[in-house]
Design a protein around this ligand. Sequence first.
Ligand code: HEC
Length: 110
Amino acid sequence: MLTKFRNPIGALLLSAACAPVWAADTAAADALAQSSGCMSCHAKADKIVGPAFLSVADKYRGDKDAAASLAQSIQNGSRGKWGRVPMPPHASLSQADLKVLAQWVLATKP
Ligand code: HEC
C-alpha cells in the first residue's frame, strides 16, 4: 500500500479526484473484463450468451465462498448452472486477475 503513494501515477489518481481506491479498481477490472473478452458474452444487466453479471451477483449474495468458486468457474469454464450453454475455460488468466474479475462480478450494482 505504501508503495502506491510513491508511485506518481497512483498518487495523482488518489489526489486528483479524491476518488476512493475502489473506483480505480473498478475501472481496472472493467478494462480487464473488456480485454479478456468477457463482454462478448456478458453484460451488466442483460443476459447475452451468459447470465447478466447482476443476476450472478444476486445469486451469490451472502455466499462467502462465492469469489473463490466464481474464479474457478471463470478459469475452468462452467456448465449447467445457468442454462444449457456452457462457458468456455479461460486458462490464460492469472490467479490475481481471476480474483479481481470474480470480485468485480459479485460487486455488480444496478
Ligand atoms: C463464449 C461466451 C462466454 C465468455 C467469453 C465468457 N462467459 Fe462467463 N458465462 C457464459 C455462460 C454461457 C455462462 C453460464 C454457464 C453455466 O450455465 O454454468 C457463464 C457464466 C459465468 C459466471 C457464473 C459462473 C457460476 O459459477 O455461476 C461468471 C462469474 C462469468 N461467467 C464470468 C465471466 C468472465 C469474468 C468472463 C471473462 C473472463 C466470461 N465470463 C467470459 C458465457 C461466457
